[in-house]
Ligand binder design. Structure first.
Ligand code: SF4
Ligand code: ZN
Length: 418
């Protein structure tokens, strides 16, 4: 499918050819996100509530931005349609990533409340405005989701107070979506779903999404994939019959292996859902967090994208993502969603959440309620307080000392590598 500029009324070239294009430091004019908040939300609206094709920029636009600076941004898309369901919101929202990337000279990274838009000098010279993101989303949502989207209205906020307000709303929405699969288990379904949306960046990468393992970007859970398949039966989310279970502990199924082998064009023969030590699932660059082994602590750490500091594995998030975000399976490391940490199957094959010894404070606090609940479930009610963070230290030695002091369960477990 080739989209020409004439179909989308913006002064820049547009199409899949520009998806993988980077906006490097020297080409960068300004950016949204990075150290500022950048959030995306798609919400269903009533037919009479919105105006199709209306795009509003509330606050400063590109022409008001200073070269070299970062600004906050919230992209709010309202969609109405007779066939539209709230279940479809996350599917459309996840398209913002590649649809924005299709604009020449614009780079988009991440999703949800960790999005990031980089605007090149060349795009600014051609007259790029934030309004053009809205025009693109309006046109493409109509084109790609004809069946379900009758009206699309886009509002882009750039004032901090507006962005913060929309971010709070969005986080409540994300939470609701995440919890829709809360009560399901992997055993309770015969069908998982693939996601190959990220193959344009990580060609061998195939996410398999099960009820207890949400996609590593955090934007796709099992329900979302199911809805996506309903909307677009030939799209990136295909049902996978699990088939014969080859390893119930590490989480490996024949049907999944067969699918992954084909979808990765023979590059990935198999992977495990519940292990980061042995043949973990492949990781692409948009994961919300990356877990890494800490051999001395007999456990693991995890670091989220929004934490910029040092970690006890010796690598910052950006380094980890650079090393393993290309779509390979990297034993000892795995990309995962924030939500996945408290899903019951999280590295279950390596001993489960009891192995978790370190994570950044902001991440820990973000999922505090669920971590406490999981601690109670595994019979360690004060587990939350046993997880070290950067205030304890960022070296394995410091973490190890802390674990001994608090009696962390990982120290009593079988060696993490057998
Ligand atoms: Fe899909 Fe996985 Fe990419 Fe998320 S990270 S969009 S689930 S392929
Ligand atoms: Zn990805």
């Amino acid at each position: 499918l080739k989209v020409t500029v004439s179909e989308i009324d913006i002064p820049l070239s547009y199409g899949p050819a520009f998806e993988g294009e980077r906006v490097r430091k020297d080409d960068l004019y300004c950016q949204f996100g990075a150290k500022e908040q950048c959030t995306e939300l798609v919400k269903m609206a009533e037919m009479n509530e919105i105006e199709d094709g209306k795009v509003t920029v509330v606050g400063p636009d590109i022409k008001d931005c200073e070269e070299g600076k970062a600004y906050p941004l919230a992209i709010f898309v309202q969609v109405a349609g007779r066939e539209f369901q709230a279940d479809f919101e996350p599917i459309l929202e996840r398209q913002i990533h590649h649809l924005t990337n299709y604009i020449q000279g614009i780079m988009h990274i991440g999703q949800r409340d960790i999005a990031w838009v980089r605007v090149s000098k060349a795009a600014v010279e051609k007259g790029f405005s934030l309004e053009h993101i809205g025009k693109v989303l309006h046109a493409k949502f109509h084109q790609d989701f004809t069946k379900i989207a009758d009206k699309v209205e886009v509002t882009l906020y750039t004032k901090k107070e507006d962005v913060d307000k929309l971010t709070a709303t969005a986080r409540a929405e994300y939470k609701m979506r995440d919890e829709r699969v809360e009560k399901m288990t992997d055993e309770s379904v015969e069908t998982y779903y693939s996601c190959t949306l990220c193959q344009s960046f990580a060609p061998n990468h195939v996410c398999t999404v099960s009820p207890e393992r949400t996609g590593l970007c955090g934007a796709y859970n099992w329900m979302d994939c199911k809805a996506s398949f309903e909307i677009n039966p030939t799209g990136p989310n295909q049902p996978i019959e699990k088939g014969e279970c080859l390893d119930p502990v590490l989480g490996q199924w024949k049907g999944v292996n067969d699918f992954v082998y084909k979808a990765s064009r023979g590059n990935v023969t198999h992977y495990n859902f519940y292990s980061m030590v042995y043949d973990p699932m492949t990781t692409c660059g948009c994961c919300e967090a990356i877990a890494a082994m800490l051999p001395m602590c007999n456990g693991i750490m995890t670091v989220n994208r929004d934490y910029m500091g040092e970690t006890p594995c010796g690598m910052k998030f950006t380094t980890l993502a650079g090393v393993m975000g290309g779509g390979a399976s990297s034993p000892g490391f795995v990309g995962h969603s924030k939500y996945n940490v408290t899903q019951r199957k999280f590295i279950a094959g390596d001993g489960g959440i009891k192995r978790l010894v370190w994570m950044p404070k902001i991440f820990k606090e973000e999922i505090k309620d669920r971590l406490i609940k999981r601690g109670e479930e595994i019979g360690i009610p004060n587990f939350y307080d046993m997880i070290a963070d950067e205030t304890v230290g960022t070296t394995e030695e410091e973490v190890y000392e802390f674990l001994q002091k608090v009696g962390h369960p990982a120290l009593e477990m079988d060696p993490i590598v057998g």
